[in-house]
Design a protein around this ligand. Structure first.
Ligand SMILES: NC(=O)C1=CN([C@@H]2O[C@H](COP(=O)(O)OP(=O)(O)OC[C@H]3O[C@@H](n4cnc5c(N)ncnc54)[C@H](OP(=O)(O)O)[C@@H]3O)[C@@H](O)[C@H]2O)C=CC1
Ligand SMILES: CC(=O)N[C@@H](CCC(=O)OP(=O)(O)O)C(=O)O
Length: 320
């Protein structure tokens, strides 16, 4: 079985990780990679890490929605900034609706016509799905920590997300300016960040979410704190939820971003209970570009097509 794949948004941080993973996927052939800025350049030239891979000679193209839809593939990934996917989705609906679309942006995550692609919290909807909305990076980490305890939470759960600056994408802003971040941390989106509703919906629990961008490039940690009721052991519920999950590692100490940078797994710390007895804290760290985006998207490709979920997901990260 060869799965033909195209990527729109190949120049972005997420697109680059997707290309790296897909180039090493034994059942995938990358047919097109679209970037306006890289158009006309071979992937092996723009990124040396691709030089000795099957995609080395693939020349980037600047494909608009109609041009993309006229190049039917089995699976198309959209790695565009938020708010830009709709014309591409419309063109696919019109010309090649059988193509499986995996959108990395926030645009379709609340759309009931799209499967929400967080496999560890719901594979059934992804199997055979043709429209898959890949979750947000903070939202993945927070939901992995919160969802197994949905029956225990009493009142809103507080989530603080600390992210590397690659989470802010390649478009220059203060949030991805290494100078502004030097010896610094930048809180932002103090209320009503889009991931707050995404986490609450997925984890079926009210959430207060605040993000902070940090002076490192990749990786994030979500710190989750809230009150619980009932007699169930939260640690046991977490262990039962993830004991068979290869991309989730349960740890005793607080999770740290550096431990998962470049890794395809999420580290989830078992809950600790405060002295007052009914408040617990747990933490989940993952690489925002991998389990928070690109490798989760490849998990979704595999699940959708009925391939082993980990196929193609053992490629080591680039050095440096
Ligand atoms: N960074 C992260 O940690 C995560 C990001 N996401 C989501 O994934 C998506 C991609 O993120 P990221 O890679 O960081 O973003 P980047 O800003 O790094 O990349 C955006 C890509 O889209 C292309 N692009 C930008 N504007 C347009 C346009 N109007 N039409 C066509 N192409 C366009 C750019 O290439 P070119 O200009 O060359 O065409 C580039 O390839 C976003 O929606 C983001 O929210 C999700 C989870 C984590
Ligand atoms: C540090 C940083 O800026 N992070 C991004 C989240 C990245 C992500 O998950 O993107 P989407 O949910 O928008 O697809 C943000 O807070 O908007």
């Amino acid at each position: 079985m060869t799965v033909s794949v195209g990527i729109i948004g190949a120049r972005g941080y997420v697109g680059r990780e997707l290309l790296r993973l897909l180039a090493g996927h034994p059942e995938v052939e990358v047919v097109y990679a679209s970037s306006r800025e890289w158009a006309g350049q071979a992937l092996g030239k723009v990124y040396t890490e691709f030089a000795a891979t099957p995609i080395s000679d693939l020349v980037c193209e600047a494909l608009g929605p109609e041009e993309m839809a006229a190049r039917p593939v089995d699976v198309a990934f959209l790695g565009l900034p938020n708010g830009k996917a709709a014309p591409f989705v419309a063109a696919i609906e019109e010309t090649s609706p059988q193509t499986c679309l995996i959108d990395l942006s926030a645009d379709y995550r609340a759309d009931p016509a799209w499967a929400y692609g967080l496999p560890e919290l719901g594979r059934t909807a992804i199997v055979g799905a043709k429209r898959i909305a890949n979750p947000g990076c903070y939202a993945t980490a927070a939901q992995l920590a919160i969802a197994p305890l949905a029956s225990l939470w009493q009142g809103p759960v507080t989530v603080t997300g600390l992210s590397g600056w690659s989470g802010a994408g390649t478009t220059p802003s203060r949030k991805n300016d290494p100078e502004a971040l030097r010896d610094n941390a930048i809180p932002y989106g103090l209320v009503d960040h889009g991931h707050e509703a995404e986490i609450a919906h997925g984890a079926k629990t009210a959430v207060h979410f605040t993000p902070v961008v940090m002076p490192f490039f990749r990786g994030l940690v979500a710190l989750v704190s809230g009150r619980i009721v009932g007699h169930a052991d939260p640690g046991k519920l977490i262990e039962e939820a993830y004991e068979k999950e290869p991309f989730i590692r349960l740890i005793a100490a607080p999770a740290e971003p550096a431990a998962v940078a470049g890794s395809l797994r999420a580290d989830l710390s078992l809950p600790v209970c405060a002295a007052e007895g009914d408040r617990i804290v747990l933490s989940c760290a993952l690489d925002n570009l991998l389990k928070g985006a690109a490798s989760q998207a490849v998990q979704n490709l595999n699940v959708s097509l009925g391939l082993p979920e980990g196929l193609g997901l053992s490629v080591p990260p680039p050095s440096g």
